[in-house]
Design a protein around this ligand. Structure first.
Ligand code: ADP
Ligand code: MG
Ligand code: ZN
Length: 541
């Protein structure tokens, strides 16, 4: 707003000066030069001898005026640029984040490491006596949504010291040198306020590996260099601790990670079962729940979910409770919202023809039967043919009994076999196949390929790494590290694994055709089967 006013003022000055000069020019110069004979229009107060002077003085004045105005504008712009250089780090104190370690569930190792930092800031003497100095920087790494930002906020809430929080992207500027100036300013402020904590979220925005070529990356490199310099520059004993968070640690410049800078790495991994249960409980405290909620069951059904997803599940459950006019969240709400997060909302009004419904039911029972009959498969938890907004027309949910950290070769093969079971059932019953298996095919290929290239589970290649994962925390896109010939053989090997699994699935189903038909009819009638119902029907003779 202020700038706008200034602009207007400048424009007015410029405009009026221009008009005055133009009028003077018309009055004196034009008549004098163009119409020397037209004496009658020449004003009396304009003596002849003035005209040559005016004819060059006026344009000169005009030019000077324009220059002055322009330089004034430039000065203002430069001033603004200096202000750019001031970092926009916000100083957070306890009351503002309002988060404590109590808000962070699970993540015990990360909390322990951070608690040490908080303790150091509270009582540096204890460390000084023995001569220990704390790491200057700690880097929180982990997949998105595992609570890295939350952990940093908790540190801010726990440590009664100023907390500077800034996001890496705030350093990214258009002009070379501005980002670096921001870094300098941030660290100047921080050292004035020491002991204090500086938190740089998503540090990969400025900390990316430097590359050989120059050009567009100049600004980023300067900013990074400044950060490196600043981190070297201050004394660790003074009590400025730098925290940073990223989900792409591989992309960070090695210079950032060397001892003396971010020398401590604090992993925030996806929560295990106990962690998931604790996170659910923390978030469930914020909503009204029935007293008999079984968080264990929900935690078991959400293997691989991040803290943020679990928080979302609780919130979805609360929304569902409101939608159905209740004022407490029930177990059913939570279980349904798990499915909402996995597969989207139910599409109650979707119209699916009877033939297609039959195919879908047969496909799902195919998965479930293979899972139930073969060894090494997780138990079937639920089968449904209610379509979801994710595009799934039905699905079979399997839930492992306990927490799994490893996958045996047999389990990997069993998973592929279950995935091929849907298509196999379609072919056996209807003699044709549909596009409904596309998602299964994708998943099966992923597992089979990983078995060959990363898990060393194929006879042909044994324990050779053929693929490396680039962004481990971001879904792990990977690149092949082998010759084209090997790549070709990998494809063949992958195909062989899947084909073998498909044959196994088809065999299992062929031997249980009556069950397949009976269960398909039952599912068509019921739409949703629980694992218990399903198993009791299989057990019937
Ligand atoms: P990240 O920075 O790792 O991507 P955030 O810290 O922003 O993730 O987490 C997002 C949200 O997820 C948090 O605000 C919180 O509600 C929830 N959350 C994540 N991890 C946890 C946890 N361990 N305990 C409690 N809540 C969590
Ligand atoms: Mg974050
Ligand atoms: Zn399927």
């Amino acid at each position: 707003m202020k700038d706008n006013c200034k602009n207007k003022k400048n424009f007015l000055i410029f405009f009026t000066t221009g008009i005055i000069l133009a009028v003077l020019y018309c009055l004196f110069v034009i008549p004098a030069t163009n119409k020397p004979d037209a004496h009658k229009v020449q004003p009396d107060f304009s003596p002849e001898h003035l005209t040559p002077v005016l004819s060059w003085i006026l344009p000169a004045m005009l030019i000077i005026a324009v220059c002055m105005i322009l330089s004034k504008g430039a000065g203002r712009r430069a001033g603004k640029m200096m202000a750019f250089g001031k970092s926009s780090a916000k100083v957070y104190v306890k009351a503002q984040t309002g988060k404590t370690f109590g808000d962070v569930a699970g993540q015990d190792e990360a909390k322990e490491a951070l608690e040490e930092i908080v303790d150091f800031l509270h009582d540096p003497e204890k460390y000084a006596v023995i001569g220990a100095s704390l790491p200057k920087g700690a880097l929180l790494v982990g997949p998105p949504g595992t609570g890295k930002t939350l952990l940093a906020q908790a540190v801010a809430g726990e440590a009664d010291v100023p907390f500077f929080s800034i996001s890496g992207s705030e350093f990214v500027e258009m002009f070379v040198g501005v980002g670096a100036a921001k870094v300098r300013d941030l660290f100047r402020q921080a050292s004035e306020k020491a002991p204090c904590i500086v938190f740089i979220d998503e540090i990969d925005a400025i900390g990316k590996k430097r590359e050989g070529h120059t050009g567009s990356s100049d600004e980023r490199e300067q900013t990074l260099n400044q950060l490196l310099t600043e981190m070297d520059g201050f004394d660790g004993k003074k009590g400025v601790v730098i925290l940073a968070a990223t989900n792409r640690p591989e992309s960070l410049d090695p210079a950032l990670l060397r001892p003396g800078r971010f020398d401590r790495r604090i992993p925030a991994e996806l929560p295990d079962m106990a962690g998931r249960k604790a996170i659910l409980a923390v978030h469930a405290k914020k909503v009204k729940t029935e007293p008999d909620i079984d968080f264990d069951a929900v935690a078991r059904a959400t293997a691989g979910a991040s803290g943020a997803e679990l928080a979302n599940i609780v919130n979805e459950a609360a929304l569902r409770a409101v939608r159905s006019g209740r004022n407490t969240v029930t177990q059913a709400d939570l279980e349904e919202s798990v499915e909402v997060v996995i597969a989207g909302y139910q599409r109650k009004n979707a119209v699916i023809s009877p033939t297609e419904r039959k195919i879908i039911a047969c496909h799902e029972i195919g998965h479930a039967l293979v899972a139930a009959i073969q060894k090494d498969s997780a138990p079937v938890h639920k089968i449904t043919i209610i379509p979801r907004t994710s595009g799934a027309l039905g699905y079979t949910m399997q839930i492992d009994e306990g927490e799994k950290f490893l996958m045996t070769k047999e389990e990997a093969l069993a998973r592929i076999t279950v995935l091929t079971g849907g298509r196999a059932a379609e072919e056996l019953v209807f003699g044709t196949c549909t596009s409904g298996a596309s998602n299964d095919i994708e998943k099966a290929t992923q597992i089979a390929r990983a078995m060959v290239t990363r898990f060393g589970m194929s006879e042909k290649f044994g324990m050779t790494a053929l693929e490396i994962t680039n962004d481990r925390y971001l879904g792990g896109n990977s690149s092949l590290i082998c010759s084209p010939d090997t790549a070709y053989e990998i494809d063949i090997e992958t195909r062989n694994i899947i084909n073998q699994c498909y044959e196994n699935a088809a065999d299992i189903l062929r031997q249980n055709m009556d069950k397949l038909r009976r269960l398909t009819d039952y599912l068509l009638e019921k739409e949703t089967l629980s694992g218990i119902e399903f198993m009791s029907i299989i057990a019937e003779k």
